[in-house]
Design a protein around this ligand. Sequence first.
Ligand code: WT7
Length: 661
Amino acid sequence: MAAKKPTVKKKQTEVIFDPKKIAPALVKTAHVKGMEGYKKLYNQSVKNPLAFWGKVGKEQLTWFKPFKQVLKSNFAKAENQWYVGGKTNLCYNALDRHLTTARKNKAAIIWEPDNPATPSRTFTYQQLHFEVCRMANVLQANGVKKGDRVTIYMPMVPELAMATLACARIGAVHSIIFGGFSADSIKDRIIDAGSDFVITTDTGYRGGKVIPIKAKVDEALEKMSGHVRKVLVVRHTGDHVNVVAGRDIWWHEEAEKVSGVNKAAEIDSEDPLFLLYTSGSTGKPKGVLHTTGGYGVYASFTHKIVFDIQENDTYWCTADLGWVTGHSYILYGPLINGATSLMFEGIPTFPDVSRFWKVIEKHQVSIFYTAPTAIRALMRFGDEPVKKHDLSSLRLLGSVGEPINPEAWLWYHRTVGRGKCPIVDTWWQTETGGILISPLPGATPTKPGSATLPFFGVQPLLVDSDGKPLKGATEGNLCIQFPWPSIMRGVYGDKERFYNTYFSTFKGYYFTGDGCRRDKDGYYWITGRVDDVMNVSGHRLGTAEVESALVLHQDVAEAAVVGFPHDIKGQGIYAYVILKEGRIPSDDLRKELIAQVAKEISPIAKPDVIHFTPGLPKTRSGKIMRRILRKIAAGEIDTLGDTSTLADPAVVEILVKDRQK
Ligand code: WT7
């Protein structure tokens, strides 16, 4: 991963929200009380990480067989094993162990449908356990074994959670694909994972519209004859779908054939739990591999501490299970902690822009975790939609996915949180498995826009472009210098790629790809990606992926894609396109190119701007100078910097003249 100089963001706001003042009741009961509490534990966690994580590991999970060694690691070589020798099962930890406690009849999942007129559904721990055991039995009856990769392509329905937990129960490795991805993306991921079993639904609902689900799976499978043995289909909407005899089986029919008793398999701490595909700066999305013990400990521990989970909370994370946020903070973290997790099928703006606030009021949500892009989108409609609802149940707010601008932070705090709820701005990544930098709600005074301080055991480091560690108040490339339990274990099927992508840029450290500033109080301010990864509405996309999709079009000779600042999405996608000889730029061609990207990747990857150009700024050695392309896309044409090393400096003038608004 090439490290570039991070862009300097505008000056920070220095308003400070001290939880002691805004939320004294929370501070009193919080798992970590006050900065003294944070500092004491943080110091312990970095002075003696093995003792710290050994204790947490025993407390967070029930182990069938205790681990022999907390950590076995050669960090610089990207080799990490946690809770070595331990045997456990995360489905057992999420369900079975609660059944002998007062939580047996507590709501594990509250499901809120897309259409508010459809009744919500609640699954107690007991009921969810029954369904998951049946699902596990169906998988086993259909030949799924420990270690097999199971691809899951479903909308946000309760059966998605059941399917995921059923895989964990039998030791199959789940690979969930976000329901917005295209058939081509599904195909690539199934092939890469070598998966022969798929779980899906008929169709889905999203914002009042019916979206094809199984049809996309069918299309993907048609393009790759014979890889997939079985497709388990959950009937959700009841819409008619194509059924392939001998391959497709219905969940409701299979469920009739099995019992609700299934013994959770003994899983080694380092056995794989899941693959999750994510975009990088080069090539196709990679399968990020997470294993069992360390992931389970870290996801549940961070969930407990960062969201200060208490027994009576109703916790709502608005993410989709198809992203890592859903894995760690809708499913595994909350259920391992025995919490009540709300699962939402819909979108913030259907049937109107009050939906989030209606759901909070309806279920008396106490902890609400969402993304800056949603906050910015809803903020545009003013305070009225929020104020019309009773949000007095809220005691804590969270943000994730991209830097939150201070304006959005303050609106979230004042309007949604009535000035009383601490905000936890949680920084982390698919690769990290759990939150690494975040305030703790009963401890950390917050500054709008800052993710503040590292979580226990996390040792951040800022380095300059030569890899030299920077001290004090400074800005640089964000690295982590010591392993944490849920660090990804590898890129599926490509051993070298893990080391090469994350550990080779700055020797000895895990490089996050993010730029970051540290202020005089030691607070971290993430400034955004410094590599060729974009963050569009909290969705991660590689510029290379979008470029590959564009050049597949017959008229395109070359494409260069960059992110640019976008009011709602955080970043928009700006595509520079060179056409082949004799092809004429037109609005129709623009539309075709945008459709091409939606088809190849997903509608979320559609470029906002297509800029046809006869040339691109390149160095004499032929390397595209993206720095210049980013500046032009952002409209910062006064600060293009040095263009003298370009092969043809005149290209820049043409680009500036033709810049698309
Ligand atoms: C990238 C990771 C982690 C779950 C969702 C995204 C950006 C994430 C924050 C935050 C500033 C953030 C970073 C990171 N990011 N959270 N609180 N403040 N930036 O996971 O798709 O793996 O993306 O999202 O740039 O590297 P992901």
